[in-house]
Structures are given as C-alpha cells and as structure tokens.
Design a protein around this ligand. Structure first.
Ligand code: F6P
Length: 548
C-alpha cells in the first residue's frame, strides 16, 4: 500500500495550539461587536471565483483567526496535498487509490495521469459514447422491444449512484426534456420500485442500472425486479433494448444480461460520492442534453482551476473548509446546516450529506491512530424558506450553535411578480437575524411586556456563510458541487484523515447478510445476537408466520 507522509495530526501542530489560545482570546467578541468594530468587515471577508460570491463575514472570526487558520493549512501542507490529488497520487491509502474526479471534467487537452497513464482520453471516450447514446434516446432513434421510442428513464442505484443523479435532475429540471419522465429507484423498500414504475409503460422505459461495483444488494435486488418487470410484459429478449449499465465491473454487468456494448464505464479512482459527473451522470445527460451537460462539466472545471491555482487566502473551497474546521473542531458545533433558497436545489442537502459525512465521518488519522479532536459534523438541511417555518426556531434561539450555508441566486428562473425579491429578502434577513439577534434594549423600546422579553430575545452570534450566484444554470451547479467537494478535501486534509474511503458502512452490510436468512429460514432456529437483536428478529419471524 502506498503511504502518504502527512506529518503530525492536527492537535500536535503548533498552529493548533495557537488557535486554541486565540479561541479563548476572542471568545468575548460577538458578531455585533466585530461588525461594530470594523465597518469594512464585509468588504474584506468575502471572495469570488468561478461565478460564486462567498460572504463569510458573519463567522465568529477576526482577521487574526483567518491568518492562523491559513497558517495551519500551510502547516498541514494543504497546497502539496491539492497537487497530490491533481497529479493522481494515491491519496486514498486505505484503498490504495488515486482520487481523480477532477479528470472527469477535464478538457480534451488536459493530462491527468494514474500510474503514469493519461486517463483523459478514456474519460472523453466514455463521454463521447454517452453523448451518442443520449442523442439516440432523445431523438427517438433507439427503440424499445416493440418499436416504441424511449420516453421514461429509470435510474436504479443507491448512495453516490443515486444521490448525484437525483439531485442534478431536480436542480436542472428547468433545462430538462419535458416530454420525458425521469424516475429514481434506490431504496430496497419495494415501495420505491412500485411507485417509480406504476404508471410507466414498459415498452417506453429504459432502466439505467448504476452501480460502481455492480454488487450492491439494494441496487441488484431492484435491478432484478426491474428485469422481471420488463420480461413479464415484453418477453425474454427485451432486456437488451431496455437496460443499460453504468459500472466499473464488466463481468457482473455481462452476468446480469446487459451487453457490455451498452455499459458505460468509469474507474476505481472515482469515488461513488464524487461520481455524478462520470457516466453515473447518464440520466442527467439524458434529461438535459449534451450542451447543458457540457456546461455542467465546465462549471466543475472552472472551480477545479480556481481551487488549484488561487492563493489560499482567496480560495473559496479552502476558506469554506477552514471555516468548517474552525466552527466544528475548535468551537464545537456538532452539526452544520445548508439551506438553499431555491426549490430546484431541494435534494442538494441530501447529496451533500453523503459527500461530507461519508467523506469526513472518520475517527482515525491517515496513519491509523485515533484522533483526539472532532472531525466531520452532522450535515443537514432543507430549502430555506420552508425551513424558516419549522426548524429555524432552534437555530435562532436554541442552546446549540448551528453554523449554516445560505445559498441564493440573484436572478430567478421564473420571474413571477415579486416572489424572488421576497425569497432573497428572507435569505438576507435570516443571515442578519442570526448574526445580530434582537436585544433586550430593542424589545424594551418596542414596548414588549417585561415578562415576554426573555422569550423574545434572540442572542445572535449565530454564524452563516452566504453563497450567491447569478442564476441556477448547469454551469453554476457544477461550480457549486466542486466547491463543496474541494471544501471537504480541505477539511479532511486538516484533520489528517482519509476522506475517500468508507469502511464504516461495511459492518452493517455484513450483519444484514447474516440476519436475512435468520428472518426467512427456520423460525425456531436459535439466535446468537444480543438480546435486543434476538427479540427483534423473533418479533419479525412471528409476524411472517402470521402472514401465512
Ligand atoms: O455503502 C456505501 C457505498 O459504497 C457508497 O460509497 C456508494 O456510493 C454506494 O454504496 C453505492 O455503491 P455502488 O455504486 O457500488 O452500488
């Protein structure tokens, strides 16, 4: 296994000690004070790049905090680590893999090497095939078994093979082929398959079986159900016209009955949660067409270039990542919210949940020692204005601090009366209210009865980032996703963890394989789990018996 010299863990670095001391020193300074003290704070605590504007002035930081965080980033050799990623070094040591999702959005002239071989020609060969295929489907040239064109596309996948496709489809619906229907099946719960297909005509339906490994239990079970659904109505020979695969595993694809000619490949240097711009994005391409898909890739690429070439102090993903480390690890915020003020981004929080938590939910550093600091926080969110009428209460007045990203667009996709003005007024108002709150003095001035004053005080000092772009386009979506990908990498670098493996998901899968036959086999067979698991299995066995 290739090991990467990453030096000392965070807590043994000089920069860490300095930040701890600094944290104590600035603890009494809240955001009201910091803004009062420096009327130009917003002017120097923002950065722009790749079409995004990033206002980070409403974080609990001073200029000094930022300098110390940047020093720490240098001490953790962040610039070297960025170069290691872009040069295809095996920065995922526990799987002995390069991490090269940036090659997926390369231009044809770029060179990205893995083990000395330039992977860009392969990336473009797959992309070209995807584009040719999408033309045939969208133009109605590819016919199903009965001669009907394909009008329905069902992506079957889970985790990174689902969340990216769903999120991108929802985000780019405005740009999608409205005469086609796109559905996504991920859950093993049969309801998912049933609801996704109940009103579809099999003769017009294409299944994309998306699985990097082509062995994932949920995906393969759903894929077999889909195959039966097609065979049942269209006959044995229909599979070839109604199934394509996206995978790295040709043997399993062939064994399933899909001709490898109809398989779109990717590579082990693309992590599942970093794969939405690989062939895993086939449903996105079918939905939005090649021009928009290319623009999406350009957006990713622009942020990649920004990340690789912009000095740390003006580098958007670096700044965001450092602020996440500051809020989470140094100031102890256990969760982080992301609140897009755009309905089309309704699945962005779920997508970012996998990206951030599967990447940075790690308890050992790269050399295998237990970390003595907190790593990735719980990441969660919902579209903004809906959240305002439910959980924002806790963010404003609860006892826990929840740093948040508020994402908005300057121009609406559907200009309608004053809707967009109200939407954006809400975004800005929330950031302001969270930062500065409402004081006892304000409430007294307003004549609020004394008994109500404590209930109505908002303490403020709740940190937010505001991320603005011109308009939600495929390009913007690309830059936004790459922004978060590189922020995650920045955080993982500071924490000295492997952001690209996911061993934690393995144990549950193994245990499920053990429990499955115990649920369905001899109902009297002895059970050897803990007493809780035994009792739950027994309860399910009894329910199955009563179903007979
Ligand atoms: O179980 C987690 C995981 O391995 C994710 O990392 C991945 O995105 C997902 O399962 C799906 O895996 P596959 O694409 O191989 O079906």
């Amino acid at each position: 296994m290739t090991t990467i010299d990453t030096g000392l863990p965070l807590s043994r670095r000089q920069g860490w000690q300095k930040l701890l001391a600094h944290r104590t020193a600035i603890a009494p300074l809240d955001l009201s004070f910091l803004f009062g003290d420096d009327p130009f704070r917003a002017d120097h605590m923002n950065a722009s790049g790749a079409g995004l504007f990033f206002d980070y002035s409403k974080n609990r930081i001073t200029k000094g905090t930022l300098e110390l965080l940047l020093d720490l980033a240098r001490e953790c050799r962040l610039p070297d680590r960025i170069e290691q990623m872009f040069s295809g070094e095996k920065i995922n040591p526990t799987e002995n893999r390069a991490v090269l999702h940036v090659a997926l959005r390369s231009s044809r002239e770029d060179v990205f090497r893995v083990d000395g071989v330039n992977v860009v020609p392969d990336v473009h060969a797959v992309l070209d095939r995807m584009i040719r295929f999408s033309r045939r489907i969208r133009d109605g040239e590819w016919k199903g078994r009965t001669g009907s064109p394909i009008r329905n596309v069902v992506n079957v996948g889970i985790g990174g093979s689902d969340l990216g496709p769903v999120m991108a489809y929802e985000a780019l619906r405005h740009y999608s082929a409205r005469d086609m229907r796109f559905r996504f099946v991920s859950n093993i719960d049969p309801t998912d398959f049933h609801e996704a297909t109940r009103d579809l005509d099999p003769a017009e339906t294409l299944f994309i079986i998306s699985s990097k490994t082509f062995t994932t239990l949920e995906t393969m079970t759903n894929a077999r159900t889909a195959r039966e659904w097609i065979r049942h109505t269209l006959g044995e020979g229909a599979v070839g016209r109604h199934f394509v695969a996206v995978s790295t595993n040709t043997d399993e694809v062939r064994a399933f009955g899909i001709d490898p000619e109809n398989m779109f490949g990717f590579w082990d240097w693309v992590g599942g949660r970093y794969s939405m711009d690989s062939a895993i994005g086939l449903s996105t391409l079918l939905a939005v067409g090649e021009e928009h898909f290319q623009t999406l890739l350009e957006g990713f690429r622009e942020m990649d270039l920004h990340f690789r070439s912009t000095p740390l102090e003006r580098n958007l993903p670096v700044l965001h990542g450092l602020l996440c480390v500051w809020e989470g690890t140094f100031l102890g915020s256990a969760t982080r919210g992301v609140f897009p003020y755009d309905r089309y981004l309704k699945r962005l929080p779920a997508y970012l949940q996998q990206l951030t938590m599967e990447s940075n939910g790690k308890h050992v550093s790269l050399d295998g020692t237990r970390v003595d600091y907190d790593t990735g926080p719980v990441f969660w969110g919902e579209p903004g204005t809906n959240g305002q009428h439910s959980f924002y209460q806790l963010i404003h007045q609860g006892t826990r601090i929840i740093p948040s990203d508020l994402i908005g667009f300057l121009h609406p996709l559907h200009p309608t009366g004053n809707h967009h003005d109200i939407l954006i007024a809400n975004l800005f108002a929330q950031a302001e209210a969270l930062a500065f709150g409402r004081t006892e003095a304000d409430l007294r001035k307003q004549g609020v009865p004394p008994s109500l004053i404590p209930h109505r005080i908002c303490e403020g000092n709740r940190p937010t980032n505001v991320i603005l772009a011109e308009r939600l386009t495929p390009h913007t979506l690309g830059t936004l996703i790459a922004f978060y990908e590189h922020s995650v990498f920045t955080q993982g670098t500071l924490w000295n963890i492997d952001s690209f493996d996911q061993w934690g998901v393995e144990l549950g899968k193994i245990l499920a394989q053990k429990i499955l036959p115990e649920l369905t086999g001899d109902p009297a067979a002895p059970l050897t789990h803990d007493s809780s698991t035994n009792a739950l299995i027994q309860r399910y066995r009894n329910a199955r018996l009563s179903d007979r």
